[in-house]
Design a protein around this ligand. Structure first.
Ligand SMILES: [Zn+2]
Length: 78
């Protein structure tokens, strides 16, 4: 027996595309987005394109954000 986990949101997004809203700024170049319709998450990658936000990418972004913040605060202190 097959079960479909397609919700109305998924259906709308597959027809009209996602409605992304900024969820989190990682660096000036990398931003995480969340779709207000189906709640899926995406992120801009190094080449500036949108990628599906996987747990791995989320971890990378967290590291990047941390690194960026540290570098930035070091620069303002020094
Ligand atoms: Zn969506």
């Amino acid at each position: 027996m097959k079960t479909s986990n397609l919700s109305l949101g998924n259906l709308l997004c597959s027809v009209f595309g996602h409605r992304y809203q900024v969820a989190k700024k990682i660096t000036p170049h990398i931003t995480e987005y969340k779709c207000t319709v189906c709640n899926c998450e995406s992120t801009t990658n190094i080449s500036g394109r949108l990628d599906k936000l996987t747990p791995e990418l989320k971890e990378i972004n967290r590291t990047l954000a941390d690194f960026y913040r540290k570098r930035h605060s070091l620069r303002t202190v020094a």
